[in-house]
Write a protein that binds this ligand. Structure first.
Ligand code: PLP
Length: 456
């Protein structure tokens, strides 16, 4: 039998991949025609592919490799842990040192009053946990009718039945009978696309007040929680107007609605703070975590709970958990990742030195004739592509066509940027250097120029 490894010719790997591997969020027939790009290695902010290209990864994988690629300390910790205790569960009154240490570290890093963690293997699983958790919380408090969770259109909270229902991606809802009952969506605070003639400030307030309207319509006694990403990521890096979050917090407080901050992307330094909740000034009752928790080196996620939520949930047996909740190897690797982010000052340096430089350079892309706005919070940035910045017009080609063209030019120029419709996104590793930021901006500009030549 031929051993399948990077030594095989690219075309052979691509053919085998297309024959046997079903990719997420991909049209398989297109994949079979084009062949997947085969990634063979990575170091720092750079990927290598099977054709020998060196590619600047301005997306940190899928928004997750916060410490950058190639940190051998994490591999060593994983190997040690696999030798000592490769697996044991945390059901039935058992525990182990890696999960204890990770939980303690998370309690230290999280905002005040969030001290307990329930683990999962991904952000989707953690948000599924949250659905059951908030409903159980209110049932335990004698309000079992408080079941409905309010979320937002164009939010992304995961791909499972529960988390996909929490999300507001209409394309996902169309497949597989989503959303499940008891989820209600309000509009997103996307001023660029949906703000019309309103000022960003008025628009932010209007969108936040949709939460209050929904609570009154559904009945305060029926609403359990509101879930949102501090800054929407997969929806296109939608930076909300400054008026938005203070109003949301006021409404959650007024009506006793639990606030779930989905920190899967925003957490662990991505916004220039440890958590996105700190960047936008909110006090969540639950934070969903994953991705940067282990910088993607191991699959792990979880929910960090406020003391109040933990106390209520802890008073009964919460019939929930996954085989790999608090997996020892994933926990040990996540802890080592947090140690590096913390002790090497990665989050601190990113927030105080790198992010301001990145902001200055990234916002300069707004001067490109095809770019309307360039917005960035810490290391989450997006540019809106438009034929006319003044009127915030859309391209005549179907939404996403121009974004797709720019993304293709980026690939050709050895830069990974993602497109969401006609927005182009970055979310680089936090260890990106100033020189690499310059390269990123140069390649993005060149790719925009090349795409513009095709559009005209
Ligand atoms: N929540 C947010 C905000 C996300 O961006 C994602 C993934 O992109 C998820 C949840 C789901 O996480 P996972 O893909 O680990 O299930």
């Amino acid at each position: 039998m031929t051993k399948i490894s990077n030594h095989l010719p690219t075309a052979e790997l691509q053919a085998l991949d297309a024959a046997h591997h079903v990719h997420p969020f991909t049209t398989q027939t297109e994949l079979a025609e084009r062949g997947a790009r085969v990634i063979t290695g990575a170091q720092g902010c750079w990927l290598t592919d099977s054709e020998g290209h060196s590619i600047l990864d301005a997306m940190a994988g899928l928004w997750c490799v916060n410490i950058g690629y190639g940190r051998t300390e994490l591999a060593e910790v994983a190997a040690r842990q696999m030798t000592e205790l490769p697996y044991y569960n945390t059901f039935f009154m058992t525990t182990h040192a890696p999960v204890i240490a990770l939980s303690k570290k998370l309690a230290e890093l999280a905002p005040e009053g969030l001290n307990k963690v329930m683990f999962a293997s991904s952000g989707s699983e953690a948000n599924d946990t949250n659905i059951r958790l908030v409903r159980t919380y209110w049932a335990e408090k004698g309000k079992p009718e408080k079941q409905t969770i309010i979320s937002r259109w164009n939010a992304y909270h995961g791909s499972s039945v529960g988390s996909g229902s929490l999300g507001g991606m209409k394309g996902m809802h169309m497949q597989g009978g989503l959303p499940i009952p008891g989820i209600h969506h309000i509009d997103q605070p996307d001023w660029w696309s949906e703000g019309g003639d309103m000022s960003p400030e008025d628009f932010g307030l209007e969108r936040a007040q949709q939460l209050e309207k929904a609570i009154l319509e559904l009945g305060e006694e029926n609403v359990a929680a509101f879930i949102a990403e501090p800054v929407q990521g997969a929806g296109g890096v939608i930076v909300p107007p400054e008026t938005y979050w203070p109003e949301i917090q006021r409404i959650c407080d007024k009506y006793e609605i639990l606030l779930i901050a989905d920190e899967v992307i925003c957490g662990f330094g991505r916004t220039g703070h440890w958590f996105g909740s700190q960047a936008v000034g909110i006090r969540p009752d639950i934070m969903t975590i994953a991705k940067g928790l282990s910088s993607g080196y191991q699959p792990i996620g979880g929910s960090i709970l406020s003391d109040e939520v933990a106390e209520v949930i802890g008073a009964t047996e919460f019939n929930h958990g996954y085989t790999y909740s608090g997996h020892p190897v994933a926990s040990a690797v996540a802890l080592e990742n947090l140690r590096i982010l913390d002790e090497e000052g990665v989050v601190e340096t990113f927030g105080s030195v790198t992010a301001p430089y990145l902001k200055e350079k990234f916002e300069g892309l707004a001067r490109h004739p095809m770019v309307g706005e360039a917005k960035i919070v810490g290391g989450m940035g997006s540019i809106a592509l438009t034929p006319d910045a003044e009127s915030r017009a859309k391209f005549k080609a179907p939404g996403g066509t121009v974004g797709y063209m720019v993304r293709e030019r980026c690939f050709a120029n050895n830069l990974v940027m993602r497109h969401v419709g006609d927005r182009m996104i970055i979310s680089p590793p936090l260890v990106i250097s100033k020189e690499e930021i310059d390269t990123l901006i140069e390649r993005a500009w060149t790719s925009l120029d090349e795409a513009m030549a095709q559009v005209k």
